[in-house]
Design a protein around this ligand. Structure first.
Ligand code: AMP
Ligand code: MG
Length: 417
């Protein structure tokens, strides 16, 4: 199905000269995109008849739908209505309904209509009036030969209310607009480029009406599938089928669908298995605990954590020996293994998780550059440790470590490697 193409015109010297920022078209673009209308151009013109008429003609030559804001005030500088009347070869006539609404609007504020206000009830003959419940200038819907012009006031909240209440539903009813079905697949522990290679054939085999977007963030990549068509149920089924095929390629990296966060997905696994956790967070300084406890219900599985930042605490609280510290260092496999195993028993949890690393930018040694980080997850049977070689940026390293540790915990719980 083809998109309906739309152009937006904003009218007003104040926009052109930069005294007012054009927020209207930004908002309108987002809303129109949601209902499947494609914006192909935006134009700003000043308050002159010549510029306005030219903008109308150009927009109509390219788009089926032209949305206009501004130039509807009662003062002589506002020219949109006379321009529309001229462009559509008609004239401005009194709309009784508009006059009634104006009268009510003024009466409710204890004011009387003057002659200038009365001009706002004059609209191009043949237009459909769009009520303005928040102000005095009605909107207009004008149609000829499959082309639609919609004119709205420039005042942002009046324009928005009109769009929401009347115009967006009327556009949907008038134009064939496609249905969109989105699904988000959330992956962790696989870089975007590696993921792209793994799913290249699957991506190529997607139906024409389905598009894939990669949305990477630190340590995670979201894949958004968007199917476009007319039959919502059919599209939903098609997306579900494609996702089950995708699972065969990258299932072990998928932790959830839709809006779920990694820490929630891990929390759900812990709840389902009735297991508890405790953490010894050195280089992450409590970030993982913060993420875990940001999830409601985490008291059901989170015992607590220690932050043994100083080596003395790694020794006294967690039993890391002087020998390990001297021969292998605080950032080492032996250290994080000991920390994970000890915090597990110290805090009485089923699983212990530990981090220790050089977050940077200082603290590097010749063998251990900035970004050298060890993580470990210990349960009653085994301890898994991983070496991460991350970046030069401290905050990035800390966040990536938290994601990697949560993922190692997820893998332990799901028994995947
Ligand atoms: P008008 O309909 O031209 O009388 O516009 C009324 C007021 O709405 C102007 O004085 C501006 O403050 C505001 N306005 C007009 N156009 C825009 C726009 N595109 N974005 C944001 N505000 C606008
Ligand atoms: Mg104006």
């Amino acid at each position: 199905m083809e998109y309906t193409e739309a152009e937006l015109i904003t009218i007003g010297d104040e926009i052109l000269y930069g005294q007012t920022l054009d927020t209207n078209t930004q908002w309108m673009s987002v809303e129109l995109d949601k209902i499947g209308i494609r914006i192909v151009r935006k134009t700003t013109v000043g308050d002159t008849e010549e510029a306005i008429l030219q903008a109308f003609a150009e927009a109509e030559s390219r788009a089926q739908l032209v949305l206009i804001t501004g130039g509807l005030g009662p003062t002589p500088d506002d020219l949109t209505k006379p321009c529309l009347a001229r462009y559509f070869h008609t004239e401005l006539v009194l709309f009784q309904e508009a006059l009634d609404q104006l009268t009510t609007f003024f009466e409710s504020r204890g004011r009387k209509l003057n002659a200038l206000n009365r001009t706002q009830a004059f609209l191009p003959q043949g237009c459909v009036m769009i009520p303005n419940t928040l102000g005095t200038a009605p909107g207009m819907w004008m149609q000829r030969e499959g082309r639609v012009f919609i004119s709205m006031p420039g005042v942002p909240h009046e324009m928005r209310k009109m769009m929401e209440d009347t115009i967006l539903p009327k556009i949907t009813a008038t134009f064939q607009t496609p249905v969109f079905v989105h699904q988000m697949v959330r992956t962790v522990g696989i870089p975007e480029s590696v993921l792209a290679v793994k799913i290249a054939n699957w991506e190529k085999s997607l139906p024409d009406f389905t598009k894939l977007a990669y949305l990477p963030s630190l340590g995670q990549v979201r894949l958004r599938l968007t199917a476009k068509g007319t039959d919502k149920k059919g599209l939903e089924e098609s997306v579900a089928t494609e996702i089950s095929k995708l699972k065969a390629h990258i299932g072990k990296y998928i932790y959830g669908y839709g809006e779920i966060r990694l820490e929630e997905a891990v929390g759900n696994l812990l709840k389902a298995q009735g297991k508890t956790i405790a953490l010894a967070e050195s280089c992450t300084g409590g970030l993982i605990s913060h993420m875990i406890t940001s999830v409601s219900g985490s008291s059901g599985y989170f015992r607590g954590s220690v932050i043994p930042y100083h080596n003395n605490l790694k020794k006294s609280l967690l039993g890391v020996t002087q020998e390990i510290l001297e021969t292998q260092g605080a950032v080492s496999e032996a250290t994080v293994r000991q920390m994970a195993e000890e915090v597990r028993t110290l805090l009485g949890a089923d699983i212990g998780i530990a981090t220790s690393g050089i977050a940077g930018p200082t603290g590097a040694t010749s063998e251990k550059p900035v970004g050298t980080i060890w993580i470990a997850v210990a349960d009653d049977k085994t301890t898994q440790a991983r070496l991460l070689q991350l970046t030069q940026a401290r905050d990035v390293n800390i966040k990536l470590t938290a994601v990697a540790a949560l993922n190692l915990l997820r893998q332990t719980l799901s028994e995947i490697d």
